[in-house]
Design a protein around this ligand. Structure first.
Ligand SMILES: [Zn+2]
Length: 278
């Protein structure tokens, strides 16, 4: 995984104290890039899977440029083990899935197209079991499966230009221009997805976790924890800005889950295995 490109995208999201000018990418002319891309986008088309992966890679690199992975190889291995097992139970098992814990004390998790999923150290510290971790990862996996971020960026672009951004990104001399487009991605991570996408990711996440053999109540349990925290805590600011509040998510999940998962109440939470990673 490349870690160096586009070091601005998520800076504000991950470190809200940074000054606004941390976003300044220099003086690339956005209009020029726009018209350049527009020429190539007369015929709209879907973004191919390899393009989706390329776009996700750029966004993930940016994310990690702002907040790098924690230097704890054992923990990273563990999170990848859990995440890749969950992903293997989905309809897109062959994406190049990458999971990581990022060195940031805000409480949050992120996904980028193509199979990138990150959890902050701040969120890891709020978890009590592997089933809870699985619930969080599965929510993010669901965003990737449903291409929520990809579609949102595409919508924000106003055209189907993403595919062409990916094509241009393959040419190294266009890299700088292309990086501007990823401002759309930055804005998206700051603003958040549609609430419906979040509720959908919760519902799918629960199903993925259950399919992988975990207690499906891991994700609701995490939300219960979040509900007990002080909502004014700055470490929760971005999460609460970009997601429905935990109470609303619990209520929606409660409705969706109904009695469907009751027979699974004896599924493992693997709390002791999780604690060893702390
Ligand atoms: Zn989400």
């Amino acid at each position: 995984m490349r870690l160096k490109l586009l070091s601005v995208l998520l800076t504000a999201g991950l470190a809200t104290s940074l000054p606004a000018n941390a976003f300044d990418l220099g003086n690339i002319d956005l209009n020029k890039v726009g018209s350049l891309l527009k020429d190539a986008t007369e015929a709209t088309r879907d973004v191919s899977e390899s393009e989706e992966i390329k776009i996700g890679q750029e966004l993930a690199s940016t994310l990690l440029g702002a907040s790098p992975l924690r230097k704890n190889a054992e923990e990273q291995r563990y999170v990848n083990l859990v995440g890749r097992y969950l992903a293997s139970q989905t309809e897109r098992p062959n994406l190049p899935w990458h999971f990581g814990v990022i060195d940031n004390m805000n409480i949050n998790a992120f996904a980028a197209p193509g199979g990138y999923v990150f959890v902050t150290e701040g969120l890891m510290r709020q978890l009590h079991s592997e089933a809870e971790l699985a619930g969080v990862l599965a929510h993010e996996i669901a965003h990737v499966l449903k291409k929520h971020h990809l579609h949102a960026i595409q919508k924000a672009a106003g055209t189907n230009m993403l595919a062409d951004v990916a094509a241009l990104a393959a040419k190294s001399d266009q890299q700088d221009k292309v990086s501007k487009i990823f401002n759309l991605g930055r804005d998206l991570y700051m603003r958040g997805l549609d609430k419906d996408d979040e509720f959908e990711a919760d519902r799918i996440g629960v199903v993925i976790a259950a399919r992988a053999g975990y207690d499906p109540f891991g994700l609701p349990a995490v939300m219960q924890t979040l509900e007990t925290l002080n909502p004014k805590d700055s470490s929760l600011a971005l999460l609460f800005k970009t997601h429905p509040l935990p109470g609303a998510r619990i209520e929606a999940l409660d409705k969706a889950m109904g009695t469907r998962f009751d027979q699974d109440a004896d599924k493992p939470t693997l709390a002791s295995r999780f604690r060893k990673m702390g």
